[in-house]
Design a protein around this ligand. Sequence first.
Ligand code: T4K
Length: 391
Amino acid sequence: MKHVPAELAAFGGAPAFSTPRSVGRPNIGDRAALFARLNAALDRGWLSNGGPLAEEFEQRVAAVAGTRFCVATCNATAGLQLALRASGVTGEVIVPSLTFAATAHAVAWLGLTPVFCDVDPVTGALDPEHARSLIGPRTGAILAVHVWGRPAPVRELEELAADHRLRLFFDAAHAFACTSGGRPIGGGGDGEVFSFHSTKFVNSFEGGALVTDDPELAERARRMRNFGIAEAERVELVGLNAKLNEAAAAMGLTSLDSMDRFIAHNRENYHAYRAGLAGLPGITLLEFDERERNNYQYMIVAVDERRAGFDRDTLLAILASENVLGRAYFSPGCHQMLPYADGTRLPHTERLASQVLALPTGIAVSAADAATIAGIIRVAARQATTPAHAA
Ligand code: T4K
């Protein structure tokens, strides 16, 4: 077990870790199984365009999500674009601002207008009442996000969308294998999109998937994913190339084989962080509702500067000097990013975006590491409130 420094590296102590512990380090599953799958694909001479590995991956993702259909894609951003385009959304799309830029970009790239919505001040989930106030004659859809793997208010949003005849999608990039109200995330709204990027707990190097129970949407998205080709050379729709290749599917399947182990590991880390950070003034670890199934892949802490004695960016710097590479996910909110900034103010989003950071977890981080990292934060908090460092 690593030591918790009595003196922080930022003040001349030795770093707690000799090699980095970083957010987003990929979980690597069984290498032999991965190479066997890759070899089989090479032997088959079938490397993309709906190969057997991609089809198996789709079936297994649909089984986890509890949906009838799964359309695997080269990444989640393309999956979001397919979902919106295949369902004929026009005009404005209501999206939370507290998310990765990809959510807004998927909308804007299609020539649609993202309209940014505020979030719950504690959980960061899209606020249905604020969303309601943003609905106007040009609104075509709501694209909510299960940010950090914590479920958005699925039922309220389904009611809201139904009341206004809007399409409803969920960016479920963070929420594969989670549940909401006991229901697997995947079956909400018209469709949901997962990410299997390398930084996700289940990864296919790069990859994504649109899951839905709507056969028409699934079929249109499937065709649009492959240049709009219906069969042979018959092109029926404007399409793009958003297919998942066989190497990616091989990695995705291998990752799925280890999914339960990855979740159990992340859960242990979560509990180590929770125990280590308990009772620290101004430091709040965003909790998981353990009545639900969670993937525990984003460890999010909010730093309240007034009570902690330091701000989020100072904590990130302190951690970095200990070789702990956190990330300011997600800061700033999309509504304050250059392509979208138009003076809109979203108070809850802005406060959370200024306070949150992600701490390292995943297979490369042990529960003992998590305890050490929590210990560093504890030391930082103590030093921040002692007169020598408080100035
Ligand atoms: N919606 C939401 C809510 C999302 O969060 C995302 C993606 C999407 C949609 C779109 O999904 P995809 O189209 O990507 O499938 C990373 C990921 O690239 C991105 O997928 C993810 N969200 C986002 C939250 O994180 P960056 O710009 O922070 O990546 P980068 O290169 O700075 O790496 C992040 C950390 O991971 C670093 O500490 C380094 C580490 N890392 C990264 C890679 C790729 C590794 O250790 N090994 C690696 O192979 O976006």
